[in-house]
Design a protein around this ligand. Sequence first.
Ligand SMILES: CC(C)(COP(=O)(O)OP(=O)(O)OC[C@H]1O[C@@H](n2cnc3c(N)ncnc32)[C@H](O)[C@@H]1OP(=O)(O)O)[C@@H](O)C(=O)NCCC(=O)NCCS
Length: 181
Amino acid sequence: MRTLDSHLEALLGLTLASVDCFAVLVVVGSWLNYGEVMTRPFDFRFKSFEELSKSELYDALWLRDRVFVVGQKITALSEIDGEDPDWHHLLAYQGSDLVGYARLKWDHDPVKIGRIAIDTTLQKQGLGTVLMHEIHRVLGARHGFMHAQAYLRGWYEQLGWRVCGPPFDEADIEHLPMERP
Ligand SMILES: CC(C)(COP(=O)(O)OP(=O)(O)OC[C@H]1O[C@@H](n2cnc3c(N)ncnc32)[C@H](O)[C@@H]1OP(=O)(O)O)[C@@H](O)C(=O)NCCC(=O)NCCS
């Protein structure tokens, strides 16, 4: 007959085994999720304001609102700032979902880049890096300039950008001027 101690030992063993299994499932699950989002094909669209369809414009403004206003609580400056007609718009779709966005002031030298955004539910899975590579492809040999949020300095530097001036405040967030030579 099993003693009370041996029952407790067996129960503890089972509990620890379940915790191990759960941890393995979480790790495998996040890896699968990471892989899945990165393997869906991208449909990049680069358009002037006039070329945007109504639904593309709506998708872009909705994504920017979710990322910058709801996600980052940026309210010191208006998200819709009246400048969009003067910019080109890079949209990254996966199927019918707009997952990434940036706007480029195409007639400006260096080309100014702004509003770089990945859907809040899909960040930190590599999509932003794919978006940046597409920005570089679109830029070609042209120089780029941006007001980068300072917390992203290391990421942008890894991607070939460099700080070109002192930090400053924009919309209550520390920014750095950065250029892509
Ligand atoms: C900034 C932003 C565009 C980056 O997009 P992203 O999809 O999150 O970027 P990535 O996943 O490609 O890489 C960003 C970081 O996540 C890391 N990362 C990538 N895959 C990861 C994974 N599977 N698990 C954990 N981290 C991961 C990258 O290494 C990078 O980290 P680092 O800063 O230490 O180098 C996005 O996070 C965003 O929209 N942020 C809010 C708006 C914003 O700040 N815009 C920029 C204004 S200048």
